[in-house]
Design a protein around this ligand. Structure first.
Ligand SMILES: [Fe+2]
Length: 192
């Protein structure tokens, strides 16, 4: 199978799932299986959506549903890079395509660490206000890049959400945007 076809087929199958109006639980079970299959093969993501930068991790939009029911994003982590502690406010799934990550979860008021777990290549992790929405994700490696593919229940680059101070737990609003500001990239990927 050619590289672009894997992403195209994933988006087609995911759109068909979302068209049925599933509950979050079914999005996680059936959509999570689709994402697990997508990240089981590391031969489809164009290099332009896997590029790291020394300053911080990069977040590239691969596809956004025309009515913003979901989006697909690649995260490119340089050695040792991590996110701030943040929430999402919508459901999300994190599938590790390359390398590995560490996910630290936070809960409660005031915010406290609740657990931490490694995510190896091929693993899929879940977030949402229902199952736990606050975490910090890091590249598990200090000497190599890692790449993950995320699916969210909205256009995550436009969603107003929060980062949290690691000491006080105080929340600040933020909108993440994308490293590739502009139109969704699916058409360019298919034509590549
Ligand atoms: Fe996250």
């Amino acid at each position: 199978m050619s590289q672009p076809a894997r992403l195209h087929d994933f988006i087609t199958a995911f759109t068909r799932l979302i068209d049925t109006g599933p509950e979050e639980e079914r999005i996680f079970s059936e959509g999570g299986a689709l994402l697990a299959d997508l990240v089981a093969h590391d031969d489809w993501l164009p290099a332009a959506y896997a590029g790291t930068e020394p300053e911080r991790y990069q977040q590239y939009l691969l596809y956004c549903d025309p009515t913003e029911r979901f989006c697909v994003v690649s995260f490119a982590w340089g050695p040792g890079q991590s996110t701030p502690i943040h929430d999402h406010t919508v459901w999300g799934m994190v599938g590790v395509l390359r390398g590995g990550e560490v996910c630290e979860e936070f809960a409660g008021t005031p915010l406290r660490p609740s657990c931490s777990h490694p995510l190896a290549a091929g693993a899929v992790d879940l977030v949402s206000p229902r199952v736990g929405d606050v975490h910090r994700v890091s590249n598990a490696f200090s000497d190599r890049d890692s790449i993950s593919i995320h699916v969210y229940g909205g256009d995550i680059g436009k969603v107003q959400r929060h980062v949290f101070d690691p000491v006080t737990g105080a929340a600040s609003s933020f909108v993440s945007g994308y490293a590739n500001a502009g139109a969704p990239a699916l058409v360019r990927i298919i034509d590549a």
